[in-house]
Design a protein around this ligand. Structure first.
Ligand code: AMP
Ligand code: GLY
Length: 434
């Protein structure tokens, strides 16, 4: 098969790496891809926001299957468009992608089909939203309705902060794409977990659990980012929690989307809070997580292309996935200043030394080739990934690699996986050494 992967980040490098292992695959193209994946895929100078040109290429390049990485093209309807031209593409339709594209829509589906989530109210009117805030207690969470590049959620510690968030979303329109509504919801506490599933419209196949680290600094301090690291599996998500997630979250939402006339086919990502009352949904995403994919896909032993084809044919009830029982950890190396302002064009060294390590590798997110040098070209630069028998061993590999890679301003969290290690019995030697 000839496969086209849409997207350019670390998640897509991991996806291309995994797809390239399939016996079914002859050639992979990436649009636009990145320099780090160019040994596995031919990168095309075509952005994810160019559906017509992408479909033209899929036609002329005799592409058998297109796989979409990021959310924006899905929310804008790339799947519907490809299908209207008779092209095979994996992902949810525009109507189904509303689960990520509109938080108000996701909340209404959860309410209607009894999926546990934070209590909430939706507002279009700024005055009404502010009036409502008068009567609630902080902390409280304010969310822009639509896509906001991971910046649309404000966990407000005071009512003043919440009011400021409402004003900047509804009055100042700081997220132009995020629509006209805000969701104000109860603040939940507990461990977070990312549970992803392949969904075929009717059936679903859960992938192994992972946990992201959203804040930029150690100890979950500082602003939210796209994600600073992830690991899989997650000891806090045990077999009985998985059974509960399956029954209370995935079964009703998959059935609900069918009943709403927009069956979900693709990858459904539930961002969960494990509360004392059980798992509750913080949000749905309609694609692989970044950096969750970098920690999950290295553990998947099964052929991903076969699983995707089973999902596209409605055969997931007959499919199963085989997993490496070892742990995988991913540490994101970012530019100093990210998620705010940062410099680009810093020379990166040490990548060859990582390729000499066993059970460790690097997925590129924002790098460029300049002659025979690698340079930085964004906020999240590289994902160093390690696999080992147990989380500590996996983290040991990932941090060994993280130390080998060098560039000016390199910033990364030293405490990836610490929640799990703490649960397993206190901060241990490997954490102290970091
Ligand atoms: P995202 O929409 O993925 O950028 O999520 C933002 C982050 O905000 C989540 O990962 C949580 O840490 C936090 N968050 C979202 N909703 C809530 C909530 N109801 N209670 C507490 N934290 C939340
Ligand atoms: N890591 C969070 C996300 O992909 O949305």
């Amino acid at each position: 098969m000839r496969i086209l992967v849409i997207g350019a980040a670390g998640r897509e490098h991991a996806l291309v790496w995994k797809l390239a292992q399939s016996r079914k695959v002859q050639k992979i193209f990436a649009a636009p891809g990145n320099a780090g994946m160019s040994d596995l895929a031919e990168c095309l100078p075509l952005g994810a926001d160019k559906p017509v040109e992408l479909a033209d290429f899929a036609e002329s390049g005799r592409i058998d299957l297109t796989v979409v990485g990021p959310e924006a093209p899905l929310v804008h309807g790339i799947v519907d468009y490809f299908r209207s031209r008779g092209l095979k593409i994996f992902g949810p339709t525009k109507a189904a992608a509303r689960l990520e594209g509109s938080k108000a829509f996701a909340k209404s589906v959860m309410e209607k089909y009894g999926v546990p989530t934070a209590a909430f109210q939706v507002f279009k009117d700024q005055e009404k939203a502010l009036e409502y805030l008068e009567g609630v207690k902080a902390p409280i969470v304010v969310k822009a309705d639509g896509l906001a590049g991971g910046k649309g959620v404000i966990v407000a510690q005071t009512k003043e902060e919440a009011a400021k968030a409402v004003n900047s979303i509804l009055k100042d329109k700081i997220f132009p794409e995020a629509g006209e509504q805000v969701v104000i919801e109860e603040c939940l506490t507990g461990e977070e977990a990312s549970i992803l599933a392949l969904v075929d419209g009717t059936h679903f196949l859960l992938l192994e659990p992972s946990q992201d680290h959203k804040r930029v600094f150690d100890g979950d301090q500082g602003p939210n980012t796209g994600g600073m690291g992830a690991y899989s599996p997650v000891p806090m998500v045990d077999a009985s929690t998985i059974a509960e997630i399956r029954r209370k979250i995935f079964e009703p939402v998959v059935r609900g989307m069918q009943q709403e006339g927009c069956p979900f086919q693709g990858i459904l990502y539930a961002g969960l809070m494990l509360t004392p009352q059980g798992p509750k949904v913080l949000e749905f995403n309609v694609r692989l997580g970044d950096p969750e994919a970098q920690a999950i896909l290295p553990r998947l032993k099964s052929d991903l292309v076969e699983l995707i084809l089973a999902a596209m044919d409605g055969r997931l009830d007959q499919a199963s996935a085989e997993w490496d029982s070892r742990s995988c950890a991913c540490v994101v190396l970012a530019s100093a200043g990210y998620p705010g302002k940062y410099d680009v064009g810093r020379v990166i060294t040490g990548l060859n030394q990582v390729s000499d390590l066993e059970d460790a590798w690097v997925f590129h997110a924002a790098t460029r080739r300049e002659g025979n040098r690698w340079v930085t070209s964004g906020g999240r630069i590289l994902n160093v990934v390690g696999v080992g028998a147990g989380l500590e061993a996996a983290l040991g590999k990932a941090y060994q690699a993280a130390d080998l890679v060098r560039f000016e301003g390199k910033h990364f969290r030293r405490d990836i996986g610490s929640h799990a290690l703490k649960q397993a019995g206190g901060v241990n030697e490997s954490m102290r050494k970091r």
